[in-house]
Design a protein around this ligand. Structure first.
Ligand SMILES: [Zn+2]
Ligand SMILES: [Zn+2]
Length: 302
């Protein structure tokens, strides 16, 4: 009983209690993740509307950008600079993806780059199974903790440490806000044909599940499917399909060759929407000092 209540407390406070280093799936801990998937089927009862689908798609891309540009290129690799306010806003947007806190995400990602496709890599499809790399590795206690020692450069911001510790708070508030929006629309714009539950199912559960599986293709598929331009020490690949789904992250072999670059599509034709949006943010003065692809790496491409 004690271990059950401790496990449940971890849903709300990721540091409520010590966790071990087991690599077995912790099913109690994963109940919210399983429920997220099951909740998508509620669409059979809530029905659908054009507004709900547009919201689902729009919220998917907004959060995908927060994950690729900020959780990945900014927090994990520091490939550009920004203000403390913008850093916080995009940390909150990324946290709305229910992919845990920015420090957990970036700390584990730095570990991936250090040990990529080696024995210590937590989500290598080369070392372990494809499904373990896709959605198994984070279900065990061994990867539940935030590796704070790898992300010391951001632990001096108490607002980030708070978001990271109570990493279910923002997703819970997001669900509540989406439900309220749906109810308001049902009352004041009934012609849209939506309501609280319908918008919650499409705008959060389905959108977040699609976002999750799209993001983690970079851990799984981008290490087995595609072309290798650079002979890196891992099995990373460049893949156009994955780059389109993830706003540019699919140029993963480029990224492993030079992780600090803010741009992942190294060639002109390598579509990298995140990079284009980062250029726009730079024009607007929201970010600066974007790290370029070094000349020596460009030489290797020829
Ligand atoms: Zn990788
Ligand atoms: Zn990376």
């Amino acid at each position: 009983m004690n271990s059950i209540s401790r496990g449940i407390r971890l849903w709300f406070d990721s540091e409520a209690t010590e966790v071990g280093n087991s690599e077995q799936v912790n099913w109690l801990r994963c109940i919210p993740f399983v429920l997220l998937h099951l909740a998508c089927f509620a669409a059979l009862w809530t029905g659908v509307s054009t507004f709900a689908i547009l919201f689902c798609i729009g919220f998917f891309w907004l959060r995908m950008f927060a994950i690729t540009a900020f959780y990945h290129r900014y927090f994990s690799h520091r490939s550009f600079k920004t203000s403390r306010a913008a850093q916080f806003v995009f940390a909150v947007l990324g946290n709305m993806s229910a992919q845990r806190g920015p420090l957990w995400w970036a700390g584990h990602h730095r570990h991936h780059h250090q040990h990529s496709d080696q024995a210590l890599d937590l989500h290598s499809p080369v070392q372990r199974s494809f499904w373990w790399s896709h959605m198994g590795w984070f279900t065990c206690d061994a990867s539940f903790k935030t590796p704070y020692d790898r992300i010391r450069d951001f632990t001096r911001f108490p607002e980030l440490v708070f978001l990271n510790r109570y990493d279910a708070l923002v997703p819970a508030l997001t669900m509540l806000a989406i439900f309220c929006l749906g109810e308001l629309l049902a009352a004041f714009a009934p012609s849209l044909g939506t309501n609280g539950l319908q918008l919650l199912v499409w705008g959060f559960f389905i959108s977040t599940t699609l976002l999750f599986h799209s993001t983690v293709t970079i851990n799984s598929l981008a290490h087995v499917w595609g072309k290798r331009r650079f002979a890196t020490n891992d099995n990373s690949r460049n893949n156009l399909a994955l780059a389109l789904i993830t706003l540019g992250e699919g140029w993963h072999n480029n990224h492993h060759r030079y992780p600090a670059s803010a741009r992942h599509g190294f060639a002109r034709w390598e579509i990298d929407i995140t990079w284009l949006l980062l250029l726009l943010m730079k024009k607007l003065g929201l970010i600066w000092e974007l790290k370029p692809i070094p000349a020596r790496v460009q030489q290797e491409m020829r």
